[in-house]
Design a protein around this ligand. Sequence first.
Ligand code: K7E
Ligand code: CUA
Length: 666
Amino acid sequence: MKNFNTKTIALVLAAPLIILYSCKPKNAGTAVNSDAAAKAYVAPGKYDAFYNFVSGGFSGQMSVYGLPSGRLLRVIPVFSVDPEKGWGYSEETKPMLNTSHGFVPWDDLHHTELSQTNGEVDGRWIFANANNTPRVARVDLSTFRTNEIIELPNSAGNHSSPFITENTEYVVAGTRFSVPPDDANGDIPINTYKQNFKGYLSFISVGKEDGKMDIAFQISCPGVNFDLSHAGKGKSHGWFFFSCYNTEQANTLLEVNASQKDKDFIMAVNWKKAEEYLKAGKGRKQAVKYAHNVYSDKTHSATSEIKTEVTILDSKELKDICYMIPCPKSPHGCDVDPTGEYIVGSGKLAALIPVFSFDKIQKAIAAKSYDGEYDGIPVIKYEAALHGEVKKPGLGPLHTEFDGKGNAYTTFFVSSEVVKWSIQDLKVLDRVPTYYSVGHLCIPGGDSKKPNAKYVIAYNKITKDRYLPTGPELAQSAQLYDISGDKMQLILDFPTIGEPHYAQAVAADVVKNRSLKFFKIDENAHPYASKGEGTTKVVREGNKVHVYMSCIRSHFSPDNIEGVKVGDEVYFHVTNLEQDWDVPHGFAMKGANNAELLIMPGETQTLKWVAEKTGMYPFYCTDFCSALHQEMQGYLRVSPAGSNVQLSYSTGTNLPKADSTAAGNK
Ligand code: K7E
Ligand code: CUA
């Protein structure tokens, strides 16, 4: 029990909390089959069969792995700045991280969700949630770049997000922390929680063709903690299911105070009904402030707009939108099977898994089989909604995915295992240990109508004794299991970046042929683009100096610049003229207070640099682009503020061209 310190022992003695602490499986390290290596092996030069999009937790990013090899293919910057790619440092990408609180350079990304058409993963976009400053992002899978981020008003801790409906009509976001509404005075005693705090669910519409997001409406709900969610599908299309905990409405020591009740709830939301009410004008407009940031692949720039209004539907007034279903005990995962009939709740403190039936929920609503109301919302009788319970499945169920063959796979944080069970008869069929403390799991397409059940991947919180020591913090980890047979079989461990929560995977064929090879230079609509070396120039506007620069293997144009003075703000607008796959150029400047630029072929990106001292400042390409990459460099001369050195620039000649805007050169 070396994981336990005296404080945890004290808590363990304090009884029911004991199961909060995870155990290391007894047979650690002995569960690998002899053919595991062959099953995870992808020969050099061969493609993986699946993409795996893994949330980066407190790294704020999403990482992409190939499966079954576990090879890291890319880290996509989403909510955190990334100096490697200039994300959040270049002038073009800074607006993507704008919020109503200003520039927020970090977040905590928990869930990824691929877009779907007819309930099947379509490979167009992947969504991600920001758990701290509530936001939802859309990543375009032709560029593997974050193209849109929308902030959520009336929210805090956007956890039950960004789950989607079966045609990506909506991506949802439920608030984890209930808070006073944005238009109310938040300067109130915290212990007025029960009177003043509310939970909001946001329904963000997604443009059918362009994916553009817009908050269609929010539903105001009782002040509980919304945790996870999944859309209905097939027969339950039109409904959404949200797990909620802290139905005690505690505002302090939730560890104890939000674990009082035997059952919390899964909230069933009839969003089609909500749409009707919205159309009938039952919504109330509320003044709010939230940022909506969009990146254009034509101007290669982001714009950030602050929006000022949202439409609210009140769950108390509009009686038939929301229903509570009792769910034992602090539910976390809320997962819907491929048929749309079964909804699986996972109570973190429960020793069973309740499975609810959509048909029974509908019957219960029709028959008004209620156990009173919770804060104005009807509570359906537990038994009336229940399909059945999986008995003694393990300790601490968290999340469930499906194989499309009638089986469910649930993770157990406390007993560190993945358990396979049959949805129809609720029998446990198989269990395998994970190393250790598994959170989410993923089967390719495992929350869609058509899972591709070759693998299940477990995403673990603790890896003690599993990898080489790396100081006080050890690698976060994923584990790959082959599930093509009756028994799950561990075939690979691979470390992940940040803390992995949810992840999704999809057959490589669905995504790889959409992948863009380069941006067409002819279509570059960036206002400071240089579409050929002949158009490069340096222009002074007051104390701002705009350098219209191009790059191509292996030089910058211009590469000698003089006449910049102390106090000038220099904007290097660098256009990559390459029209070939995988030839980015980098741009780095001595003394720059931000990061490099990494410019894709056909794209323009801008580095802002302030001349603070006189002297000579080299710049160079950071991305090894040719045998003469090391020659790809240049100089910028900075003169004193009052100097009469003329602004001039050149490439390959010592006959400088003067700034076209300078006196005497017009
Ligand atoms: Cu279970 Cu934030 Cu989805 Cu982590 S959450 S594990
Ligand atoms: Cu361009 Cu190295």
